[in-house]
Write a protein that binds this ligand. Structure first.
Ligand code: GDP
Ligand code: MG
Length: 437
């Protein structure tokens, strides 16, 4: 009886993880994450479903009279099995409508509009092609994916900085331009699975300060645990922070190059916090790495991408801009520099930004590699020149149409704050009066 992880199966049969989870949902199969394992019976069933989908695409055979998920392996409808339908996703249309068995959604799993598409009899024959197009659900689906933003936390000396350095060195294309890359609080890594944005201020402060201001920047938290030291107080804190923020965690067991490394002990210790690694039947992704040799780092990046895919992170570059300050500082030459993480919409040079009760006009922008850019879309950390005061980590940033609108917003905020302060003072006075002398 062999089990397989969901993402491995997805890879094997050539569908994305989302589709795979949709199928599992449709079957009512319980799982915790894309790295959960599933039973052989279920695997068979899924393959069957996909094979039928292939058939569906060719002739609309969506239906299967007995959608009994329990009798795995048993093929009640032989049509699916013998047909060599290689292309699982979008099989080439063959003009074979299989008339007898069009309708009844059967177990064409996804409870999305897709599954019910063939409902109208009118669409059946001629318009079979429309059915196979699987019109990805409206509106919501059109918002494009964005890169994941990752934060690295863990106990001091467990290797957070080293790990970030290794990733930066190996995954960030060096830019000749200025030579020196300034520290801007974030960087973007290019991986075979796409872009990953790392918050480059390791430690909990960055994370908690930002969260304390009600902003959420990180999509995924990497908890670094040294294999020779296992769980330490700040490790537990980091885990607690990630849990409180409901940010998915990936554990990187670092320093596995050391002779005294004991990754098994780390896993056992994690189990005691009710964090059960996958190998122990849980759903915690644990990746052994060495920031020194680079071993496992590629796997770590892959797991980040997998987790991101699952989270289905999306943002609209055409939407209203919003972002968060990652860090701000004063540069002797340039003046006030702020790193802004674009979360929605797109920033352009010349835009007016409002942070708290201040505003500024973007005079220049640089990407995290130090290159000049004119605009920046979602999940892009960008260094902005144009604020007059230094904004603080975690402050929210919005944009205004023009200077007038920016000033109005700032004034309104200042007014609100004063009102709140006055109210507080009044309340205190009344309380004192009530208490008497
Ligand atoms: P941080 O406090 O979590 O940022 O930890 P650092 O990255 O500063 O690393 C602390 C120490 O551990 C440094 O001396 C690093 O060289 C060392 N270190 C970090 N990662 C590794 C690793 O994978 N293997 C070994 N052998 N040493 C490491
Ligand atoms: Mg450090």
């Amino acid at each position: 009886m062999s089990k397989i992880r969901i993402y491995s199966l997805a890879k094997e049969v050539g569908v994305d993880n989302h589709r795979m989870l949709e199928i599992l949902d449709g079957l009512g199969v319980q799982y915790k994450s894309v790295s959960s394992t599933i039973e052989e019976d279920t695997v068979e069933l899924i393959k069957q479903i996909l094979a039928e989908e292939g058939t569906d695409a060719t002739g609309g055979q969506v239906s299967d009279p007995t959608p009994d998920t329990e009798v795995a392996g048993e093929t009640p409808e032989p049509a699916a099995a013998p047909q060599p339908t290689p292309a699982v996703q979008t099989a080439a249309p063959t003009p074979e409508p299989a008339p007898g068995q069009m309708p009844s959604e059967g177990r064409a799993v996804p409870p999305t509009p897709t599954a019910t598409a063939p409902a109208s009899p009118a669409t059946q024959g001629a318009a079979a092609t429309q059915v196979e197009e699987r019109p990805t659900a409206p509106a919501e689906r059109e918002v494009p994916h964005r890169a994941p933003v990752v934060t690295i936390m863990g106990h001091v000396d467990h290797g957070k900085t080293s790990l970030l350095d290794y990733i930066r060195k190996t995954k960030v294309a060096a830019k000749e331009a200025g030579g020196i890359t300034q520290h801007v609080g974030a960087f973007e890594a290019q991986t075979s699975k796409g872009r990953i944005v790392f918050i480059d201020t390791p430690g909990h402060e960055a994370f908690t300060t930002i969260r304390a201001r009600g902003a959420n920047v990180a999509d995924i938290a990497i908890i670094v645990i040294a294999a020779d030291d296992s769980l330490m107080p700040q490790t537990r804190e980091a885990i607690a922070h990630a849990q409180a923020a409901k940010v998915p965690m990936i554990v990187a067991i670092n320093k596995i190059d050391l002779a005294q490394a004991d990754p098994e002990r780390v896993k056992t210790d994690l189990t005691q916090l009710n964090l059960v690694p996958e190998e122990y039947g849980g759903d915690l992704v644990v990746v052994p790495v060495s920031a020194r040799t680079g071993e496992g780092v590629e796997d770590l990046l892959e797991y980040i991408s997998l987790t991101a895919e699952l989270e289905d992170l999306r943002a609209d570059p055409k939407g209203t801009f919003s972002g968060v300050i990652i860090e701000g500082k004063v540069d002797k030459q340039a003046g006030v520099l702020a790193t802004v993480m674009v979360q929605e919409g797109t920033l352009h040079i010349g835009d007016f930004l409002v942070v708290g009760e201040r505003y500024g006009k973007i005079k220049a922008m640089t990407d995290t590699g130090g290159g000049r850019i004119k605009e920046a879309g979602p999940s892009t950390p960008v260094q902005v020149l144009g604020f007059s005061d230094v904004p603080e980590s975690g402050e929210k940033v919005v944009s205004a149409k023009n200077e007038h609108a920016a000033r109005e917003l700032v004034d309104a905020r200042a007014g609100q704050r004063r009102d709140a302060e006055n109210a507080r003072v009044r309340n205190r006075l009344t309380l004192e009066e009530m208490m008497g002398p």
